[in-house]
Design a protein around this ligand. Structure first.
Ligand code: GLY
Ligand code: MN
Ligand code: MN
Length: 458
């Protein structure tokens, strides 16, 4: 795997020790996760914080940092002859550990002897970790808030090495999106295009960072079904990002007409979303609260939908009362890094929120993952969208909601419109934000041109 230099891991652990001052920290690495029987497992993914502090991308490893003695211990086992027969040999652990600045390597069976009450550890997100923590400490896992904050404090600001990795992830993902659009053709299935996406992933020795959303049902925010045939008039929403060997991810979305030509209504909605993206990008920068970007984008969406005829009334009031959530039910974006929703396992309220921002419980804002003020070297997505969800129209209408702001009759005629999202990835700079990678087109005409290239050969 591509690694940061040895000194980087030592320095990261040193900074963590400096922050905590005293105590011991337990980092649980991930293990294989079986699909249906023990030796048939899902592709392995190391825990991102383990990767960040120890850089070792292998299952069955754990680590302890003894803060008071500035010592790091790695627990794991070299392959047995049976392992070598079935999965091959590997570089020995001592050698791998020395490359990440760890010189104390102990066997896995030693871990128990090094556990102690009051150790710091991060919140578990797999049952495997939950069960192990219960077994180790004879109580329900109680993650250390101090450690959570210290890790977020480090991982939120990307180094030049990390920025270069993200740049690469976005560059390759841009190739993937371009290829998918160029191969789109009526009569194909969504799954044919998922095949193209996977081909690009393998060509670059990467993996898809999350199960891609590639759908004619773009209004379903996280659908993972791919069986629809592409027909005239369909919009295709493709939300996909590649993860490079070091673990850094991209998260890009484009929405394109399956036929290569948007209908006039599709183009109006598309341009509304593109304008909302542009607005947020222009406003974004250090000191600007992401929640303000979210609301500014929402106002642009409302303006556009008033022109289309789906909304009416005062724009500011519409956003204040939440009427835009009929169409924009989620947040404008999130942090990006080793995780596609970076550090979400540590708690959204800690990663994305800081006083005066408090996580709302209201429909819409409750799904805003990031609200706090941006700072240089934060990496983020910006991803406005318009999603027409027939069941939500029915619900809000039946409840008499937002009558002042929604043109229900007009909207009813377009209840099967679908959804459009445009999503790009940025690093916050000293005075704004910079888009990673070569820019993937956002203009409607550019998108149409890519689809019209029709490279698909039967
Ligand atoms: N790919 C999921 C998201 O955009 O947040
Ligand atoms: Mn995203
Ligand atoms: Mn996405």
């Amino acid at each position: 795997m591509m690694k940061a230099p040895t000194a980087v891991y030592k320095e990261r652990r040193q900074r963590l020790c400096d922050k905590l001052g005293t105590g011991k920290i337990l980092f649980l690495g991930n293990n294989h996760s079986p699909r249906n029987f023990k030796s048939n497992y899902y592709p392995f993914r190391q825990d991102s914080s383990f990767l960040y502090y120890f850089g070792l991308d292998l299952p069955n490893l754990n680590a302890i940092i003894d803060v008071d003695n500035h010592a790091a211990y790695l627990f794991g086992d070299n392959p047995t002859i049976d392992d070598i027969v079935w999965i091959g040999d590997q570089e020995n652990l001592e050698s791998m550990a020395s490359k990440v600045g760890v010189d104390k390597v102990l066997s896995s069976s030693e871990l128990d002897n090094h556990l102690s009450d009051g150790m710091h550890y991060l919140p578990p997100y797999t049952y495997d970790h939950t069960l192990r923590l219960r077994q180790y400490f004879k109580q329900e896992p109680a993650a250390s808030l101090e450690l959570i904050h210290a890790v977020i404090e480090q991982r939120s600001y990307k180094s030049d090495f990390e920025l270069a990795q993200l740049e690469k992830a976005v560059e390759y993902s841009t190739v993937m999106h371009t290829r998918v659009m160029q191969h789109c053709k009526l009569g194909l299935k969504e799954s044919d295009l998922v095949g193209i996406a996977n081909q690009v992933a393998y060509e670059h020795e990467t993996v898809l960072a999350y199960q891609p959303i590639l759908t004619t049902q773009g209004q379903i925010l996280h659908t993972n079904e791919y069986h629809h045939v592409l027909e005239e008039g369909d919009l295709v929403l493709f939300d996909g990002g590649l993860e490079v060997k070091s673990g850094y991810c991209a998260d890009l979305t484009r929405t394109f007409p399956a036929s290569g030509k948007f209908t006039p209504l599709q183009k109006e909605v598309y341009n509304t979303v593109a304008t909302a993206l542009e607005k947020a990008v222009n406003l974004a920068g250090p000191g600007v609260a992401f929640q303000e970007l979210h609301l500014a984008s929402a106002r642009m969406l409302v303006e556009g939908m008033k022109a289309i005829g789906w909304m009416k009334g005062n724009t500011e009031d519409a956003v204040t009362t939440g009427a835009h959530t009929m169409f924009f039910q989620c947040g404008l974006g999130h942090m990006l890094g080793l995780d596609v929703h970076d550090m979400e396992n540590l708690g959204e309220q800690y990663v994305g929120y800081a006083p005066p921002h408090i996580k709302s419980t209201e429909f819409g804002l409750k799904s805003l993952r990031l609200a706090k003020a941006l700072e240089p070297n934060n990496c983020i997505t910006i991803e406005p969208g318009i999603y027409v969800i027939p069941q939500l129209i029915d619900k809000f209408r039946a409840e008499g909601k937002f009558m002042e702001f929604i043109n229900y009759n007009k909207l009813e005629a377009n209840r099967n419109f679908g959804g459009i999202r445009i999503e790009d990835n940025f690093v916050v700079t000293k005075d704004g934000v910079r888009n990673f990678g070569p820019q993937l087109p956002t203009q409607a005409e550019q998108i149409e041109n890519l689809v019209q290239e029709s490279l698909y050969q039967v």
